[in-house]
Design a protein around this ligand. Structure first.
Ligand code: NAD
Length: 489
């Protein structure tokens, strides 16, 4: 039996004991996970510095604070999320119990990516634990120091049989994917997303695919360009552009292109100094393969800002490319690096067509003061998430479902959405062995009369309920009037 197979077997066996189900156990595991982030800050920071040169104060901001927030929310709300959810009844079930019962799916496989290795691996785990599942955790081998740390630390804090960590590269992930799971939650690129989905289909296992793509950013010429570009520069160059929802490219009117470049330049200087290479808050490309991939994208475009680089350090400066053409290399795939191409468009219609001619993105950004334009963009385009006048921050709202659409992903999570995504919402109807007369209309022999009754009970439901409510209200008013009258007497 392979290591991967063994981990899955053990997790399933542990799940079958039923210990992941009691809410107290789930809460205890979540609190233990929170303790890991409190007690191991230093280890987490050291590993992330080695992997991506992340800065000391940037780590909590972009990696762990959000996780701690998600854990607090789940601990606070779990009882409410896991409770039976009553639903509207029809006339045929008026005296029955009808509700949704959220139940765990079983064993979930979580495959993480490297760019925010804690955030994207542990956030689904929080949902999996909250929903009462077991979970096999596969951190990305690309952020190797963090993967090793997760392998060492998670078993110290949470149930190591229910939530085992399996490390390794592509062969190990593929071996895991051969196993039977009850859900696969994958974060990473679209090409591997297809491999994951194909493997899952062999067992008819449902998937959540948190993918990427090219997220457009439209800047209206009538907006505050200083503020807009400051927010765009932050969204683009954080983590050296290696953010799934980073604005991938800018669309704007030709008349504001130079001003946009000027403002981005000012913000880069403000955030990362004259020399970003020596600035602790400016990261590095994850490895040389990605360094070469990103740099090659600049080849057929004009560099308007930045462009300098150092292969030995995987450093690429915050870069802006101007007058970029749709057929340029940088527009052929998700950049996932610190390059910001600017493409000029003659009108909003042209921008909307440009966006709609391409795969549905993970995020769409619009900068404008014009509310009508915002509404148009929402109505006439599609994307995983939509954000007007800022970048990235929709990720931090627990109540917003975070996920893609079309090519940018399947399914969504965060907050209660994670809980629902990793639960089976089981429809339950509890009847009594009484009132058999009500059922006559469905039993053979079928007649016109019985059909008439069925039609009444099924189709006239709303009207009957309304009449019933109205009658109940009328009775209440009469009783209240009677009581008040007696009181006044
Ligand atoms: P990666 O290379 O770390 O791959 C992710 C996981 O897939 C790893 O655990 C790896 O072992 C596995 N894997 C890689 N190749 C495989 C194969 N051939 N067969 C089976 N498994 C394989 O990460 P990546 O894909 O480079 O991550 C970057 C991408 O992830 C970007 O496209 C980014 O937009 C996207 N992303 C999306 C989100 C989101 O929330 N939607 C978050 C982060 C990253």
């Amino acid at each position: 039996m392979s290591k991967q197979q063994l981990a899955v077997e053990r997790a399933r066996k542990a799940f079958r004991t039923g210990r992941s189900k009691p809410l107290e156990y789930r809460i205890m595991q979540l609190k233990n996970l929170a303790r890991l982030f409190e007690e191991r800050k230093k280890d987490i920071a050291e590993a992330l510095k080695k992997d991506l040169k992340k800065s000391e104060h940037g780590i909590p901001l972009y990696e762990t604070l959000g996780l701690e927030g998600e854990i607090n929310l789940a601990v606070k709300k779990l009882k409410e999320w896991a409770a039976p959810r009553p639903v509207n009844k029809n006339l045929l079930t008026i005296s029955d119990e009808v509700y949704i019962h959220p139940e765990p799916l079983g064993v979930v496989l979580i495959i993480g990516a490297w760019n925010y290795p804690w955030a994207v691996t542990i956030q689904p785990l929080i949902g999996a634990i909250a929903a009462g599942n077991a979970a096999v955790i596969k951190p990305s081998e690309v952020s190797a120091h963090t993967a090793k740390l997760m392998e060492d630390l998670l078993p110290v804090y949470i149930d190591k049989e229910l939530y085992p960590v399996v490390t390794g590269g592509v062969p190990e992930t593929q071996e895991l994917l051969k196993q039977r799971f009850d859900h696969v939650f994958y974060t990473g690129n679209c090409a591997v997303g297809k491999i994951v989905m194909e493997a899952a289909s062999k067992h008819l296992t449902p998937v959540t695919l948190e993918l990427g793509g090219k997220s457009p950013c439209y800047i209206d010429k009538n907006c505050d360009l200083t503020i807009a570009c400051r927010r765009i520069a932050w969204g683009k160059y954080t983590n050296c552009g290696q953010t799934c929802i980073a604005p991938d490219y800018v669309l704007c009117d030709p008349s504001i292109q130079d001003k946009v470049i000027e403002e981005i330049k000012k913000s880069v200087k403000e955030f990362y100094t004259e020399n970003p290479k020596t600035c602790p808050d400016y990261g590095r490309i994850i490895n040389q393969r990605h360094f070469k991939r990103v740099l090659a994208m600049t080849e057929d475009s004009t560099v308007a800002l930045g462009g300098d680089n150092d292969e030995s350090e995987c450093y690429i400066a915050p870069t802006v490319l101007k007058d970029v053409k749709p057929e340029s290399k940088v527009m052929q795939e998700e950049i996932f690096g610190p390059l910001l191409p600017i493409l000029t468009v003659g009108s909003v219609d042209e921008a909307i067509d440009f966006i709609n001619d391409r795969e549905k993105p993970l995020a769409l950004y619009v900068f404008t003061q014009d509310k009508k334009l915002i509404k148009r963009m929402v109505d006439e385009t599609s994307s995983g998430g939509f954000l007007a006048n800022d970048c990235l921050v929709h990720f931090s709202v627990n109540d917003l479902p975070f996920g893609g659409v079309g090519n940018s992903g399947i399914g969504a999570y965060h907050g209660k959405h994670s809980f629902d995504q990793l639960s089976h919402l089981r429809g339950c109807l509890i009847k009594q062995l009484k009132m058999e007369g009500m059922n006559n209309m469905r039993y053979p022999p079928h007649t016109e009369d019985k059909l008439g009754w069925a039609r009444f009970f099924i189709l006239r439901h709303e009207a009957v309920v309304k009449t019933f409510k109205f009658a109940a209200l009328a009775v209440l008013v009469v009783v209240a009037a009677f009581v008040i009258q007696r009181f006044l007497d």
